[in-house]
Design a protein around this ligand. Sequence first.
Ligand code: ANZ
Length: 957
Amino acid sequence: MSETNTAAAAETAAPHRYTAAMAADIEARWQDFWDADGTYAAPNPTGDLAGDPQVAARPKKFIMDMFPYPSGAGLHVGHPLGYIATDVYARHQRMTGHNVLHTLGFDAFGLPAEQYAVQTGTHPRISTESNMENMKAQLRRLGLGHDKRRSFATIDPEYYKWTQWIFLQIFNSWYDTDAHRARPIAELVAAFEDGSREVPGGREWTALSAFERAEVLGQYRLAYASDAPVNWCPGLGTVLANEEVTADGRSERGNFPVFKAKLRQWNMRITAYADRLLDDLDGLDWPEAIKLQQRNWIGRSEGARVDFKVTDTDAITVFTTRQDTLFGATYMVLAPEHELVDTIVPAAWPEGTHSVWTGGHATPAEAVAKYRAFAAAKSDVERQADAKEKTGVFTGAFATNPVSGEKVPVFIADYVLMGYGTGAIMAVPAHDTRDFAFARAFELPMRCVVQPDDDRGTDPSTWDEAFASYEAKLVNSANDEISLDGLGVVEAKARMTDWLTERGIGEGTVNFRLRDWLFSRQRYWGEPFPIVYDEDGVAHSLPESMLPLELPEVDDYSPRTFDSDDADTSPETPLSRNEDWVNVELDLGDGVKKYRRETNTMPNWAGSCWYELRYLDPHNSDKLVDPAIEQYWMGPREGMPTGGVDLYVGGAEHAVLHLLYARFWSKVLFDLGHISSAEPFHKLYNQGMIQAFVYRDSRGFPVPATEVEERDGKFFFEGEPVKRELGKMGKSLKNAVTPDEICTEYGADTLRLYEMAMGPLDVSRPWDTRAVVGQYRLLQRLWRNIVDEATGEVTVTDTEPDEATLRALHKAIDGAGGDLAGLRFNTAIAKITELNNHLTKTGGPLSRIVAEQLVLLIAPLAPHIAEELWRKLGHSGSVVHRDFPVADPAYVVDEAVTCVVQIKGKVKARLEVPPGISDDELEKLALADEAVVAALAGAGIRKVIVRAPKLVNIVPA
Ligand code: ANZ
């Protein structure tokens, strides 16, 4: 008989067997039931989503996923890994007495939708909405227990109304560095007005024009517009964030050239929060690796600013973290863009300038101009990369080292970045790797000022590399006024800082790598700014009553793109072409006037900066969130000093941008008193990736994975050999497997179990469609243990389970319960499988108690089959809010083990003892045993050797 015939025959014999068709039926029915019943509705303590007050009185658990971007490609089986995991966890938490908030929205603004829309000619809203519908259907099939009343998309005007509102809060506040918090800008204005704070520039506030006041306030606002050097990408028609530019200066999306240009842009003053963003990491339950990435991104460096005189009036200020090495500074470097360069460049090369320094150019001005053009073509990432070849050119100018009094040459070189520190460095080639390489290339002097701890000596010209250690003592560092010789680095730094400060030529300072956040895009598909400009160009915020400011319908929503190589272009925003929308007459409190709207839109990060708050109170149209509701779900509590979501699961690729931006917005809202949680996400967990085999033909192109044949460990596509490698899953790699396929073939419960059983959640794992059937069989055995496949009736009896079964059951409850609470889903499944196998092996009908506990045990993982069995076992209602089984400790400990008691190596007795027995107890038991007493026959004892729990050896005297 062929395999299909066997299957067909079995089906006739067993019409009530758990099959894919039955799974499909069960799953669809229960998904409808849950929707109609509102099974997953989480009641708020108050407001329109308040429900059963008893439930709302329970301890809360707010469990969240990083919400998806509704891409046109839909989901493959890798996407829902995290969603299934949070769902299993949420279900277990519900069954252990928590009021669980679990839902999912969509992050629906952004560049991909716009790019896709531009390519296909469909309006982004239409394509985005249809993508969302598709994804929702895919997700619904998985049986995720989401409170759908709380779902939304960031493109909903009722949602982005509040994104705009938050923008206005940020725009209308400033950071008070004395109070260490944001305050309303009105309080700053009041302080300027009454003179309690001096106006920068020293003039009276009342004497300033409206424009001047706006300029002053712009220096304080937490959201401000400025002319910023930006990454302009003519090919995409937009400005990109640094992170969106590849190492070779091209756009990550589309691979177009990117140029540096100056443009008026919105920025967020996230740097004001650098210290708090750093400090508050300590209280968060996040993976150490992510905390480290955030710390590095914020990049706090303690050092000093030091002035080096170039002329009587001009000085170059450098930032250094090694002011202790100042005596070893033998040259200086400015970033090519540094504004002092033009001032210091002399008309001609100084007498005898080394030809290596001039780069062969006739004048310093020519050399500088050529080098600047060369450097401008590189991205910051490229410039920072530790290239062995250091390039640069002498400016023709010299500066004075303030401690040694020496004249040191000033270079420009691209390894010094304009955006960091002061854009200028003192170079200490003996003790800094990059300076060492540069000094070698340009034949510059080096001086050892920190005594190496190896045997290389103190003449750097004989060294192979810089000596960069902090763990050594200073040498060659003394003048008439100060000596650092013999001091350790830390002490020397402090001493030098004091000396510089006393003389007014430097001071201790803290520098951050973190930059302000470039917050505007020249795009259509984003949140419009609630900002208008008056005729003087002063920005005004719209009043709350005018929100949401809806994105207007336009015919031509694509950005104006240009020849991708044409750097002399500048962005034209799609919104600016819409004159009717742009030009408005408004009464902003001082009569009707003409204004122009801001035509940039917000970057795609904006919508994900606060979405956790909207889940709490999704229909609130008066307030961002009701304070009582926010307090209940997210407020600080024991072990969570800054509050936040209880569990946030998502990919590690969001280590910095999203997670840092969201933390920043939380802190501003917290400072302004809108929320009680100063952090959005208390516990963060990064799930691993589902990988898949990619098969490539001889040209390296991926071929459809499903059509590859395996023969003797080799792989063939259409008869031709192909190469197999492990990679990402995706349409372009022709190896995507959709959850829909697996649901159809086996059912969602099988897919859920398979994804959770693949390995520890935080580890990447290769997808193997052939292995999915293993979990399907588990469910079939589970079904068969409870249901008669011929009649469909449950087979359970009301008898007491035997001891061995009780032990297997309670061990599984104990183990799996702990595993589910600890996100160890793979081991939970292993323990449930073990129990189910035990029951299969024992045979015969199950005791009702065992059957019910088994169903409850698997319910978080395989909710549909659990609901069905629960119903069949005679219960009404859903299993979702039932109590998770509790293990009886008496059955959890292992059964007794046999201990052998020997006298002079001969076995005299066997004892049944608990496995955890101590040596002392075991010795007492052995010596009291009748057979042992008899065998010793009153002889004394010389020695007793005990190896609990299995052996006691007695040596008589
Ligand atoms: C002298 C020195 C001697 C330095 C030495 C290091 C070692 P972090 O720790 O990352 O903050 N630097 C300062 N501004 C720079 C810029 N715009 N572009 C490139 N490099 C810059 O690094 C601080 C150090 O990086 C500073 O301390 C400076 O070099 C360099 F043995 O000054 B140091």
